[in-house]
Design a binder for this molecule. Structure first.
Ligand SMILES: [Fe+2]
Ligand SMILES: [Fe+2]
Length: 265
């Protein structure tokens, strides 16, 4: 059975480069795709202000009219005590969901810190994460999402965007056989594979806060019986480009990524 997931991030309501037409494009394109799940990897707002959260909540509600939506906060959302609004208008800052019928499980974490750009998961969340990963059957595709980068990403400038405790997190992911990590943050789409684990970064879907030659975009994943496909969707044109494809083997009832092909961005 095919499952379709949309990964988008860095909406940045309130930013001078935010574009209503890009936001409307994204919504229309996502409605047409009719995905099974939407994951929003943080930075809904630019300053964490109430009016920015109100606009963000309206957008999230429009996405919820399409399908299930999970959202985690980014560094911008944690500015100006914004996480109070996040919890009231958007939802919990971390979550865990097992979808046995869909063949996947997803865990969301809050990597933000009040008024800081640096990201950290912290000991309490790491312990919680391990207990949640422990409950997930091995035959499911395991997905974890948080805002900051797990690994360095090219073309993001001086590298200071990795989690302060990324090594500890990487250890947990490898020990528990996590298959996909979904991040946002520096608005540069990217794919790495490490220890048969895929880390996917999404760009900014709705702004022109763009670095180098990137464009407004988001990610589109298709998980079917033997393969996972990752596409990049250009929010401006709707053009879809294959970023990567993975073949999956069930070994001893375990979901394993066994080979991959990456295309140049
Ligand atoms: Fe951002
Ligand atoms: Fe960010």
């Amino acid at each position: 059975m095919e499952r379709k997931i949309i990964q988008l991030s860095d909406i940045h309501f309130g930013d001078v480069t935010f574009s209503t037409s890009l936001k409307d494009n994204a919504l229309k394109q996502i409605e047409d795709e009719n995905p099974d799940l939407i994951i929003v990897c943080g930075d809904l707002t630019t300053d964490g202000y109430l009016h920015q959260y109100e606009d963000a909540a309206n957008f999230i509600n429009e996405l919820k009219a399409v399908t299930n939506v999970h959202v985690i906060p980014g560094n911008h959302d944690a500015r100006n005590v914004g996480l109070i609004h996040f919890q009231r208008l958007i939802g919990e800052r971390k979550f865990s969901q097992i979808d046995k019928n869909g063949g996947f499980a997803i865990v969301g974490l809050d990597s933000s810190q009040s008024d800081l750009n640096d990201g950290q998961i912290g000991t309490d969340q790491l312990i919680w994460l391990e207990s949640e990963l422990d409950k997930i059957p091995n035959d499911l595709c395991k997905i974890v999402t948080f805002h900051h980068h797990l690994l360095p990403i090219p073309q993001t400038g001086r590298e200071r965007n990795i989690l302060l405790d990324s090594g500890d997190l990487l250890r947990v992911f490898i020990d528990y056989g996590v298959d996909f990590v979904l991040n946002g943050h520096k608005h540069v789409p990217n794919v790495w594979v490490i220890e048969n684990m895929v880390t996917l970064n999404s760009g900014t879907a709705t702004t022109r806060k763009l670095r180098g030659e990137t464009y407004p975009c988001y990610n589109h994943l298709i998980i079917d019986n033997g393969n996972v496909y990752v596409n990049l969707i250009n929010t401006e044109t709707g053009y879809k480009k294959e970023l990567a494809r993975y073949s999956v083997k069930m070994e001893s009832d375990e979901f394993n990524i066994c080979s991959y092909k990456h295309n140049l961005l």
